[in-house]
Structures are given as structure tokens and as C-alpha cells.
Ligand binder design. Structure first.
Ligand code: FAD
Length: 735
């Protein structure tokens, strides 16, 4: 295969794709990596390696080829545009096999333990300065060791994944096979079909085959004439998991002619999510493991039982895929029966459609009656905390095991944080986030907010964050969801009143380069980040000769705030410009919604109440000479200067009732100049309340109530606030 110069990776946040990105970048190929989910520190590691990490599937350069993760099907809307352009699109495994076909490949395969084995082997080879390229299918627990690495010499150590069939493209020099069991039942319809796949790999292996002593695998290897065979010892059962890995690593070292006998494997940092001890207290240990096949569950649970026989075994299990759960339900139940109490999370779908026969409710039917009574199904993290309690005493010692390959990882880490902070959720929140945010994100406690608003009143935020990118934003939102912490968005704070007692949850502000982008797109449109200032958008559009943005000039907010408020002036509204908005939804997914599908009205956009606006595509009314546009802007600015006060305010306080403006009503009622503490109704525009200096939120709210009362008395009309109240409903404050 001719080496590409530029590649685009789709689904690059996955455990197979990210190491490949690092490997290719190391090989001198320019890599752009897209995913709608990247975890930390993986994302930072990719960026540090010089990879362009994309939050939209639109690369900056034209790729020579596209590599997609198996989770992204060929007919996905992410792939189709490249096929239409005749850009070759490969599945990860297929590309890798072709790209490395001239290398000497040591392949590690097996149904269980291959990531740990490859990780251990590559780490051990580094300890003895044996240089080789490698790709593993997970990340090291210590992020200073990258999961993918390129060396110019000819050796490549590779974990080969059998789950999607791309194993058939590989012809390794050496194959180390650990075990073979029926799994990936969506792809392999029987035990025989997966066995056949391993046998064929042995047939394509050119030099050595390494298998466990006395195993079926070794018998299949014996059928391969003219190839060197070697074996490694296995202990009687998989409870000696690491011993097996070690045996395999030593055998592989032997095949490479490298002596690993002096390596101190006690120092092996381990692979993330593999028997990871998240907390070790006197009476409670919290451990997570990736086990998602009955054999792996057997190994993990029995090993933990042996280690701490007097601690009750609390198992939190999330099945992975409906197809596997359905096909192996009986076996899962048999192994889970080792638990004293079982806590189930709904099956992790991994792109499969819901199938009741693969649900946890169905799995419960296979459990022994004793355990069935001691089994809970949870969808809310706080329920688990309630059931398990915090810091058990020596009479109730337990080990809480989080088992599965889905997203229960978050629960495991959240539970460890909760335990370590003695069940204080606001403390646990920041503890949990401490290793989940990139250095670009700011997270502070007890942050004063008044100066971040244009009216300058209000108290502190218990937590305040400026996320450095959308992934960190998502981590913040997920942490709020896990710990039931309220969150509130803040833009420029120009239509926002912060109560004097502040906000007891997390305030998020989209500030910094990541959120400020304004880029020119085809069809005379702009793609704009939610943190961009409206004034900047207006200025940029004018310089590009784009009409229709002029009314934004004097509105002192950000795009995020303008979308939530559907801000408008002089007869135009923000949503007149919107083609689509991309939102982070409360469940953590990112969705691009066309403007026509959004629920928008006078000073509101429904979707922005719970969702967070991330960016939007804004279309112009067409092209014009920038001098003509500037003239319109100047005219509108002059009008605004004449009608609006310059002093500190939060913009219009009340929504205009139908057919009459709130400002006119207030003025007619003689309320201009009315004051409460440091707050006063503006003389220039009666719908503005000004902070004359030293005003509190209570002053502003009292004045709002007085104005409302007087209008009700004089006109029978009830004015509703336009300005938002952080984290509170106006109903709590209005008389
Ligand atoms: P903020 O005031 O910080 O927040 C407003 C609301 O938006 C809050 O509920 C907040 O939670 C939410 N929010 C913020 N960012 C996001 C996000 N990314 N996703 C979801 N929700 C979010 N308004 C007009 O419509 N027309 C005017 O002509 C006008 N003139 C003004 C003049 C002055 C002097 C002042 C002080 C204000 C004026 N305003 C006007 C009000 C205000 O500027 C607009 O409503 C502006 O759009 C608010 O943007 P912001 O970034 O300041 O939002």
C-alpha cells in the first residue's frame, strides 16, 4: 500500500483508533482525528503528538484516505461525503493490515487478556531498550506511556481485535494466542466460526505460533507444518490472570530473542480499567474491571474473593451489548452468583438496538433465587450511593466491584470520589473531575459572579468552570448529572441577575479561543462558537461583506446568550440568522438541530433551557459592499446611544406585553427615577434598571416587584421579566 500523506480518522476517541492516530502521526503522516467523544488525558496526548483533534467531522486538509472505526458504518453520514468524493475509506483493521504488511508483526490475539498482555509486553520491551513500534487496544494507567508508538525499525507488536472480522487481513510473523472462546456473537454465529478464524490466522502466520501449553490452541498450532511452535504455562484457572499474562509475555520475549527475565514486572503500571484499585480503605475497597464475558467475570470475582474472603462482594455490573447478554445469559448468571449483592445497570447498547431478551431484567431471571432477592437495577447513581452507604464499619466490610465494558466506568470513579469525600457530593464532584479535565479548563470554588455580569450584583458560585473544549464541558455536565448538582450557564451576563446568595451548584461560562471561533463558510454563512461576542460577529460579517448581522452590533452578549434569549433589536431576531445550532443535550450527547426544528419565540429558545448551545451556523442575507454595511451599523448604533443608558444594567428587565412596550408603560406610570438601595429605574429608558453603585440583587428584585405592582394598579397589566435569574424561577421572587 502506498503510504498516505494525510489521513482523517473517524471515531478516533475509541481505544483502537487513538493508538492508531499516534502510530500514524509518528510515522510522519498528518493525522486529523474526529470523534464526538474524547476522554482525558487521551485527547491531550493526541494534541501533544501534533494531531489535529476535531470537534466537527470537517478536516482542515484534504485527506488521501479516511479510516473509520467499526462503530461507524460504511453508510453513515460521516462516511458518505468521502465516498462521493472518491476518497478511499477503510475500516481500522483493514487499513492497519495493509499499511503494516511489510513489517515483522508480533500479533497478540485472544478472547481475554490481550490488551494487558500487549501492554505488559511493550512496557517490558521498553525496559530493556528493545525498540519497536506497537499498538495496544487500551490505555496505560500511567498516561506517560502512549498506547501507540512508531519506530523506524521493522518490528511491530500489535493487538489484533477479532470482533469485526478485520483479523482476516493480517499475516503476522509471530502469533501469540492467549485463549479462544465464543464471543462477539453479533459477528460470530457459533463457537466453531470464531475457532475457524483463529485457525486461519495460524495458517497465515509465517514464522512462530505461541500458545498455552496443552490447550486446544496448541493442538491447532501443531497442524501448521514448518512453523516454530512454543508454549507458555498457564495456571489452572483464570483467577491467576496476571500470571498468565506474564507467562505469555515471557514466551513472546523468547520468540523475539529478547531476554525479559531481569524486568521487574511489579512496576508494570497496568492498563486502565483492568483490575484498577480506585480506593483501598480499611473496611472498603473499590475496584473496576473491564470484564464483560462470563469467563472474565469468573476470573475477576474469584480472585477478589480469594484476596479478601471476609469482605462482602458487592458487584455492580453493566452488561455490554444486548446480543452478548442474550446469548450468554445463563453463563453470566452462573458467574455473577459469586456476588453477595448484585447491582445492575441497564445493558450498554454499543450501537445495538434495544432487545428485551438482552436486558438486565431478562438476565435477572437466570440468577439463583437467593441472589435475585438481593439484586437492584439502577439508572441513577445516587440510588447506588443510597443502597451501599458510605464508609462501612468493620462489621460491614465490603469490596465494591464495578464490572463491565460500557460507561459504568464513570459510576466507578464517581463512587470512589464519593467514598473518599465521606459522601459530600459537592466535594466528591470536584474530586471526581480532578483527573477528567484537560489543563485548558478552569474549575474554581466560591467564585464571585457580580463582576461577570453587566449589572454587577449577586453572590458566589459554589463551583465555577470555564471549559477548554467541548469534551471537558461534557465531563462537567456528566459530573453534575452523577452527583445531582444543579448547573447554570452564563454568557456575558448581560441579561442575567445573580441572586445575593449566589448559586449552590456549577456555573459554566464558555470563554476562550475554543468557543470564540468565527469562520466563513460556503453560501455566505458563518459558523460561530457560542462564546463569540455579538459585536465581534457583526464586525466579522461586515468585513466579509455579509448583510443581515448589523442589528447585533450594540447587544452586549455572546452568541450562546443570544440563542437562549433569541435576542433581537430594531425588528430583527437572532433566529432570523440561524441555519442550525449544535447543542450539548442533558444526556451528554451533542446534536446539531436545524433552526426550523427548534422551538423559538419572543426572547426564548426552548432547547437552550436545558441544552447548552455550543455553536451555530448563521446565514447572511447576501453580499454587499462592506462600507454600505458599516453605514447601517453606524446608524443603528447612533439610535441605540440615544435611547439606551450607558450605566451598569441588565438590558430590558420586562418583556413587552402585546401591542405596547414595557418601557412606555413604566414611563407613563411615572416610575423613572424610582429607586431601591443602589438600584434605580433609568431616566433614559424606563425598562432598564441601573446599578448606581452598591446595589444588591435584592435591591434590583425589590424594585422589579414595585414596578410590577404599580403597573398592575395603574393598567391592570402584569409585566413578566425578560431578564433571567440565575438558577431560580422568578415565581419564587415575584410578589
Ligand atoms: P447571559 O446574560 O449571560 O445569559 C442569558 C441567558 O442565556 C441565561 O439564562 C443563560 O443561562 C443563558 N445562556 C448563556 N449562554 C448559554 C449557552 N451557551 N447555552 C444555553 N444557554 C445559555 N437584548 C436584546 O435582545 N436586544 C437588545 O437590543 C439588547 N440590548 C441590551 C443593551 C444593554 C446595555 C444590555 C446590558 C443588555 C441588552 N440586551 C439586549 C440583553 C442581552 O445583551 C441579550 O439578551 C444577550 O443575548 C444575552 O447574552 P449573554 O451572553 O450576556 O447571556
Amino acid at each position: 500500500m502506498k503510504s498516505p500523506k494525510r489521513v482523517l480518522l473517524l471515531g478516533a476517541g475509541g481505544m483502537g483508533m487513538a493508538p492508531l492516530a499516534l502510530y500514524l502521526q509518528g510515522a510522519g503522516i498528518q493525522v486529523e482525528a474526529y470523534d464526538d467523544r474524547f476522554s482525558e488525558p487521551l485527547r491531550t496526548n493526541l494534541e501533544k503528538a501534533g494531531i489535529n483533534v476535531l470537534c466537527e467531522p470537517t478536516p482542515i486538509m484534504n485527506p488521501d484516505c479516511v479510516i473509520r472505526s467499526s462503530a461507524i458504518p460504511q453508510d453513515s453520514k460521516l462516511v458518505k461525503p468521502w465516498l462521493a468524493l472518491d476518497v478511499p475509506v477503510f475500516r481500522r483493521g483493514e487499513f492497519l493490515a495493509r499499511f503494516t504488511s511489510k513489517k515483522k508483526v508480533l500479533a497478540v490475539v485472544g478472547s481475554h487478556g490481550k490488551t494487558t498482555t500487549v501492554g505488559m509486553l511493550c512496557w517490558a520491551l521498553r525496559q530493556v531498550d528493545f525498540s519497536c513500534s506497537y499498538l495496544i487496544g487500551g490505555v496505560y494507567a500511567d498516561s506517560q506511556f502512549p498506547p501507540g508508538h512508531f519506530e523506524k525499525n521493522n518490528w511491530l507488536v500489535l493487538e489484533i481485535d477479532e470482533s469485526d472480522g478485520t483479523i482476516e487481513f493480517f499475516k503476522p510473523t509471530i502469533t501469540l494466542a492467549l485463549n479462544c472462546e465464543w464471543d462477539h456473537v453479533d459477528f460470530y454465529d457459533s463457537r466453531e466460526s470464531i475457532e475457524e478464524t483463529f485457525k486461519q490466522l495460524f495458517a497465515r502466520t509465517t514464522s512462530n505460533i505461541i500458545t498455552p501449553i496443552g490447550s486446544e490452541l496448541s493442538r491447532w498450532a501443531e497442524l501448521e507444518k514448518g512453523k516454530k511452535k512454543s508454549n507458555f504455562e498457564i495456571n489452572c484457572d483464570l483467577a491467576h490472570y496476571y500470571d498468565n499474562n506474564l507467562a505469555a509475555v515471557l514466551a513472546a520475549g523468547d520468540a523475539l530473542g529478547v531476554d525479559l527475565s531481569e524486568v521487574n514486572f511489579e512496576e508494570f503500571p497496568g492498563i486502565a480499567r483492568r483490575q484498577s484499585i480506585l480506593h483501598q480503605g480499611e473496611n472498603r475497597s473499590i475496584i473496576e474491571d473491564y470484564a464483560h464475558h462470563p469467563t472474565e467475570i469468573h476470573a475477576f470475582l474469584s480472585q477478589r474473593r480469594l484476596l479478601l474472603p471476609a469482605h462482602s462482594l458487592q458487584v455492580v455490573f453493566q452488561p455490554h451489548r444486548f446480543s452478548r447478554t442474550q446469548a450468554l445469559a445463563e453463563k453470566f448468571a452462573e458467574e455473577l452468583a459469586q456476588a453477595d449483592d448484585l447491582h445492575l445497570l441497564p445493558t450498554y447498547a454499543a450501537f445495538e438496538k434495544f432487545d428485551p431478551s438482552g436486558s438486565v431484567e431478562n438476565l435477572i431471571g437466570y440468577l439463583p433465587p437467593r441472589l435475585r432477592k438481593r439484586t437492584n437495577v439502577f439508572s441513577d447513581f445516587s440510588q447506588l450511593c443510597d443502597v451501599l452507604g458510605v464508609c462501612p464499619d468493620h462489621k460491614h466490610r465490603d469490596q465494591v466491584l464495578f464490572v463491565g465494558a460500557g460507561d459504568l466506568e464513570k459510576w466507578a470513579h464517581a463512587f470512589a470520589a464519593w467514598e473518599k469525600t465521606g459522601g459530600q457530593k459537592l466535594e466528591a464532584f470536584s474530586y471526581y473531575l480532578s483527573d477528567k479535565l484537560s489543563v485548558k479548563t478552569l474549575l474554581k470554588g466560591y467564585e464571585p459572579l457580580a463582576k461577570k455580569t453587566t449589572i454587577g450584583v449577586g453572590g458566589l458560585a459554589r463551583w465555577y468552570a470555564e471549559p477548554g473544549n467541548s469534551e471537558d464541558l461534557r465531563s462537567l455536565v456528566e459530573a453534575c448529572n452523577l452527583f445531582n448538582i444543579p448547573r447554570a450557564m452564563m454568557g456575558r451576563g448581560s441579561n442575567l441577575i445573580v441572586p445575593d446568595d449566589g448559586f449552590g451548584g456549577l456555573v459554566i461560562r464558555l470563554r476562550g479561543n475554543f468557543w470564540n471561533e468565527i469562520t466563513y463558510r460556503s453560501e455566505n454563512s458563518l459558523v460561530v462558537g457560542a462564546g463569540a461576542k455579538l459585536k465581534e460577529i457583526c464586525r466579522f460579517a461586515c468585513s466579509e461583506g455579509l448583510k443581515g448581522f448589523e442589528f447585533l452590533e450594540g447587544i452586549p452578549g455572546t452568541l450562546g446568550g443570544a440563542l437562549r434569549m433569541n435576542a433581537g433589536a430594531m425588528g430583527w431576531e437572532t433566529f432570523d440568522l440561524v441555519e442550525w445550532v449544535s447543542f450539548l443535550l442533558p444526556d451528554g450527547t451533542i446534536k446539531e438541530i436545524p433552526g426550523t426544528d427548534l422551538n423559538v419565540g419572543y426572547r426564548y429558545c426552548r432547547e437552550a433551557f436545558d441544552g447548552i448551545a455550543l455553536r451555530a451556523k448563521l446565514k447572511s442575507e447576501g453580499k454587499s459592499d462592506h462600507r454600505a454595511i458599516r453605514k447601517v451599523i453606524d446608524k443603528l448604533a447612533k439610535k441605540r446611544r440615544a435611547s439606551q443608558p450607558k450605566e451598569a444594567s441588565a438590558g430590558c428587565i420586562f418583556r413587552n406585553p402585546e401591542e405596547v412596550s414595557a418601557g412606555w408603560l413604566i414611563e407613563q406610570s411615572g416610575l423613572k427615577g424610582e429607586c431601591e438601595g443602589g438600584a434605580v429605574v433609568s431616566d433614559q429608558h424606563a425598562n432598564f434598571i441601573l446599578n448606581q453603585g452598591g446595589a444588591t440583587a435584592d435591591d434590583v428584585i425589590s424594585l422589579i416587584n414595585r414596578v410590577r405592582e404599580r403597573i398592575r394598579e395603574s393598567n391592570g397589566l402584569i409585566l413578566e421579566p425578560e431578564v433571567t435569574l440565575m438558577g431560580k424561577s422568578w415565581n419564587e421572587y415575584l410578589s
